[in-house]
Design a protein around this ligand. Structure first.
Ligand SMILES: Cc1cc2nc3c(=O)[nH]c(=O)nc-3n(C[C@H](O)[C@H](O)[C@H](O)COP(=O)(O)OP(=O)(O)OC[C@H]3O[C@@H](n4cnc5c(N)ncnc54)[C@H](O)[C@@H]3O)c2cc1C
Ligand SMILES: NC(=O)c1ccc[n+]([C@@H]2O[C@H](COP(=O)([O-])OP(=O)(O)OC[C@H]3O[C@@H](n4cnc5c(N)ncnc54)[C@H](OP(=O)(O)O)[C@@H]3O)[C@@H](O)[C@H]2O)c1
Length: 639
């Protein structure tokens, strides 16, 4: 089945007068008509999606493309989940600040068959993200499937579950309090997991006369004017809180027990960091040489060269790829100017403030903001569905309970990714839909448990301790893992011979989500173009339309310089007796050339120059090496 997807590039920038309230009103009207129609329709499988956030809308979209007609219950009166800003966020709901900016870039965080509007900035603010959410919902006509103010309070196996895999669902109308019960063939759980604030116990907390709060309830910072504030925790929330509060407070102390690697949004040459870093060839290197090597490279060349984490006493005991990134560009400036001061963990509270570890003096504080993260729960599920054992969360592929016989209760979006979360969530939706339709089969309970244990143990080797250790994933590896089972992972071998331009973009370019729509179920005709034009959309909000004439051309003089350098090198090599030196240099030069822009030209140039490097003895092997290097890399990439 092919999807006709309009390119938003052709559309006007969504009108800002389309306020959430107005959109909501329109949705209610359309929804009334839809419910009427739905009741008359005979649907082969009745599918419920719980939650109207990004994963909820992703599930509706993916279920629809497979021919299902899902219904979605959202407990609030708005769709958007995390990205629908609320001035006051109730417990059990994700909370953002008015200044929250997403920490993955728009192209890397796109859905696999939806191109974000090129006018959006590369790192969107929450209201732009909500606009994008609305664009997705409207383009795939998802909103008519959502019923608002319906809280799912119980999901229980039906009496005939063993045969049918059905679920009995209890739903509360949050406006009237009315409770209804329904039975569904399948239930997609998309309720998020950054919802229940975690406040640790510190000795003497009860004595403290100031205010203790969690970032979950931190919205505006006016109340912190001229106050002394301690922020505990150095994840994204802690960094955002410290930066925002320090703009008005008299002093912010940022307390961290382990330190952290602070990853910027602005990457090399001003490109979005994830767009510059998350590349298939780099992933091949990581998978081949191990994450420690990649981590060292990342720390040395892209983190510490911005600001040395040793100098700032921030360097954690674990490496940069051992935790989901703490993203912030402003904190170094705050630390160097002293408006934020780094401190160790809190040893104890006193009446007037706190004493940090390695210190004996009291640091006075008016407010302590706990940015200590969130715990997770699925309060409406039966106890044996998502179980925890030896610190392990028992979910196959981070989605399916091994205690269930049928693939009718996928948990979607319960991931702590190293990379963008949205495409991963959407991939899970696609995977769950393929299971529901019977195109994929879950392994036996024993095999599922084995996979879960292996994933958990592997994660324990790599990652810093976390309550959510089992659900930590690497973006490309996890996309590939689910993608290969579904047959949507791009076939790099085939592309190398049939579409070299695309192969090059996929292998050396950013690992864009659209590549998982090039083949397999629900492939999308627009995927290739979306990949090859991504850079224009990255560039657009920064410098407008790409004028081809501004592209730097390599002049004849420059080519001459290259040739002269090569000939001199060749002459020197010809004088060298030791042939291994030559091979080594050639081997060094090949990848150097291959990563440049204008790969084709450089590659041919390299081939032509090669005979100068080597004597006849080594000529053939070096020539073969250069010729087959791309094949070799592809082989490793496809392994
Ligand atoms: C401050 C903050 C910043 C973040 N930044 C990023 C980021 O930069 N990149 C990234 O990838 N992720 C980020 N996240 C993670 C965020 O969870 C994802 O971006 C994404 O929004 C998750 O979507 P979701 O649909 O799984 O969950 P949510 O957005 O949490 O949506 C869940 C929805 O389910 C509804 N719901 C819950 N329980 C019920 C019920 N019982 N019945 C009916 N409805 C229910 C809720 O009302 C909500 O609308 C951030 C989270 C926070 C809190
Ligand atoms: N701008 C954004 O896009 C943005 C903003 C906010 C949040 N988020 C996302 O929201 C999620 C939650 O982020 P978060 O920062 O709230 O939580 P988090 O990433 O879990 O970080 C929690 C921090 O609190 C510390 N901590 C936890 N328990 C502690 C204890 N008992 N004593 C002392 N310190 C303790 C942790 O230290 P250790 O590291 O030592 O465990 C860590 O530094 C993440 O996925 C994040 O990406 C994104």
């Amino acid at each position: 089945m092919f999807l006709e997807v309009k390119s938003p590039e052709q559309e006007d920038f969504p009108s800002l007068t389309n306020s959430p309230a107005l959109l909501q009103e329109k949705r209610f009207q359309r929804h009334a008509c839809y419910l009427d129609k739905l009741s008359k329709m005979a649907s082969n499988k009745k599918v419920l999606v719980i939650g109207g956030g990004f994963c909820g809308i992703g599930s509706i979209k993916c279920l629809k493309e497979e021919g299902y007609d899902p219904i979605c219950y959202e407990k609030t009166s708005n769709a958007g989940g995390t990205w629908y800003y609320r001035d006051e966020t109730p417990m059990g709901m994700p909370s953002i600040m008015p200044t929250t900016v997403i920490n993955h870039s728009k192209e890397m965080g796109a859905l696999t068959n939806f191109i974000p509007n090129k006018k959006f900035p590369n790192y969107m603010r929450h209201h732009e993200l909500l606009e994008m959410f609305n664009d997705v919902g409207n383009q795939f006509d998802c909103f008519k499937h959502i019923v608002y103010n319906r809280e799912v309070t119980r999901v229980k196996r039906s009496s005939d579950y063993d045969e049918t895999g059905k679920w009995d669902v209890k739903v509360k109308n949050t406006e009237t309090g009315e409770i209804t019960e329904e039975t569904f063939d399948a239930v997609f759980v998309c309720i998020g997991h950054i919802t229940y604030p975690k406040i640790p116990d510190f000795p003497g907390m009860e004595k403290f006369q100031g205010v203790i709060m969690h970032t979950h309830s931190l919205k505006r910072v006016d109340g912190f004017r001229n106050k002394k504030v301690v922020v505990v925790g150095i994840g994204c929330s802690g960094l955002d809180a410290a930066v925002e509060i320090s703009s008005v407070s008299s002093q912010v102390y940022l307390s961290s027990r382990n330190g952290a690697w602070i990853i910027p949004r602005v990457g090399p040459y001003g490109l979005p960091f994830d767009y510059a870093m998350l590349r298939r060839f780099a992933n091949v290197i990581q998978n081949t040489f191990g994450y420690k090597w990649s981590s060292w490279y990342l720390e040395r060349n892209f983190i510490n060269n911005k600001f040395n984490h040793n100098l700032y006493n921030l360097r954690p005991i674990y490496c940069a790829m051992a935790r989901d990134p703490s993203t912030n560009d402003i904190i170094p400036a705050k630390l160097i100017s002293g408006s934020v001061v780094l401190r160790k963990n809190i040893k104890c509270f006193t009446e007037k403030g706190v004493i940090f570890e390695n210190e004996s003096q009291v640091t006075e504080a008016d407010v302590v903001v706990m940015a200590t993260g969130y715990s997770w729960k699925f309060p409406f599920l039966e106890d044996d569905v998502v179980t925890k054992e030896d610190g392990r969360i028992n979910l196959y592929k981070c989605m399916y309970s091994p205690n269930l016989k049928h693939p009718t209760l996928p948990i979607v979006g319960f991931l702590l990714p190293f990379g963008p979360g949205f495409p991963l969530g959407e991939m899970q939706c696609r995977y769950a839909v393929q299971h529901l339709s019977g195109h994929l089969k879950l392994p036996s309970k024993e095999n599922m448990l084995e996979e879960i244990k292996a994933r958990h143990e592997e994660n324990c080797q790599r990652y810093a301790p976390s309550e959510k250790m089992t659900v930590r994933v690497d973006y490309i590896n996890y996309m590939d893992e689910l993608g290969s089972e579904m047959g949507v992972k791009p076939n790099m071998w085939k592309l190398l011979f049939t579409d070299y331009t695309l192969w090059q973009a996929l292998f050396f370019g950013p690992a864009l989500p659209y590549q998982y729509r090039l083949q397999g179920p629900h492939k999308w005709e627009g995927a290739r173009k979306a990949i090859l034009t991504a850079h224009e959309r990255v560039r657009y909000p920064l410098s407008g339309e790409w004028k081809k004439s501004t592209k730097r051309n390599v002049s004849v003089g420059q080519y001459l310089k290259y040739i002269v350098t090569f000939l001199l090198l060749a002459y020197w090599l010809a004088q060298t007796q030791e042939s291994s030196v030559k091979y080594y240099l050639v081997a060094l030069l090949i990848p150097y050339f291959m990563t440049w822009n204008g790969f084709y030209k450089k590659y041919l140039f390299c081939l032509l120059m090669l005979p100068f490097f080597v004597t006849w003895q080594g000529f053939t092997s070096c020539y073969m090496l250069t010729l087959f290097a791309p094949l070799l890399l592809t082989a490793i990439a496809s392994a």
